[in-house]
Write a protein that binds this ligand. Structure first.
Ligand code: CAA
Length: 246
């Protein structure tokens, strides 16, 4: 059987690059989609992923037409997309009373519009071929709320509604749609949280440490497996016990 084609948005980021590696190790051909302007990071990513079936493709997930063009290029070069992982995400933290419209728009554009843009351009072809796996990387903060993150929490909670609605639309077509909600992990995004706030958060995690990006990637690999077809519309928390629910 031909290799399944996996696209990971935010593919050169902290979680994204580990997800790319995990999917490649699981036998997928992986395309890391990310902003083309991040030259230094793209070079580091190329080194990190050397020897794996992973390549880079430039696109701005917040731009609908740019996403469409990238999906077409991938279809021409690699084949139809079987697996889509929406891992592109940014923060613009600040309490609401200080948040300007730009910080709101940028986070909603990348974190939520980005999911629509890529899903809209890929899901019909998945349904047509009778197989697809979509995983949206949300956040524990989309479940609990977080001081200083009205924009981010709105986008991340919104992803769950999107996930469940789309899961219903394509359930009969062999396409599953799920979300994963990471807790605080060892990424640059979390490292940017002021030290005294971050250490308090880590203290409150039952497991007592930050998560490893590979622990998120492991969950994505599981959800995108060929034999994971009965899991859809679900949210899998991977947060060290920071938020427990049933
Ligand atoms: N809970 C309650 N009160 C808080 C608070 C909190 N968590 N944090 C700050 N405050 C209080 C302060 O004590 C201060 O009180 P006073 O006015 O009485 O002195 C007041 O709120 C400060 O409010 P400001 O509007 O001035 O906020 P700020 O500019 O000082 O700081 C912030 C706001 C930059 C958002 C800062 O709180 C912060 O960085 N918080 C961490 C946010 C965070 O966890 N982000 C996660 C990023 S990683 C990620 O998102 C990945 C993932 O998915 C998990």
């Amino acid at each position: 059987m031909e290799k399944r084609i996996a696209v990971v948005s935010g593919g050169i980021g902290g979680l994204g690059s580990e997800i790319c590696l995990a999917l490649a190790r699981a036998g997928r051909r992986v395309i890391a989609l990310d902003l083309g302007a991040r030259e230094q990071r793209i070079a580091e990513f190329a080194q990190l992923t050397q020897g794996h079936d992973i390549r880079f493709e430039a696109a701005d997930v917040g731009d609908f037409d740019d996403c469409g063009a990238a999906v077409e290029r991938i279809a021409g070069r690699d084949g139809g997309i079987d697996i889509l992982v929406n891992a592109a995400g940014i923060t613009r933290d600040g309490s609401l009373r200080k948040m300007d419209k730009r910080a709101w728009d940028e986070v909603l554009n990348v974190n939520l519009d980005g999911v629509f843009n890529l899903c809209r351009h890929t899901v019909d072809a998945m349904a047509g071929r009778g197989f697809g796996r979509i995983v949206n990387i949300s956040s524990v903060n989309g479940q609990t709320g977080q001081f200083g993150q009205t924009n981010y929490c709105a986008a991340k909670a919104g992803m769950h509604g999107f996930t469940m609605a789309l899961a219903r639309e394509v359930a009969r077509k062999g396409v599953t749609v799920n979300s994963v909600s990471p807790g605080y992990c060892e990424t640059a995004m979390v490292a940017a949280v002021p030290e005294e706030i971050r250490s308090k958060i880590v203290e409150s995690v039952p497991v007592g440490r930050l998560g490893k990006p590979s622990e998120i990637a492991r969950t994505v690999e599981f959800l995108t497996a060929d034999d994971a077809g009965f899991i859809t519309g679900a949210n899998i928390p991977v947060n060290g016990g920071l938020f427990m629910s049933f």
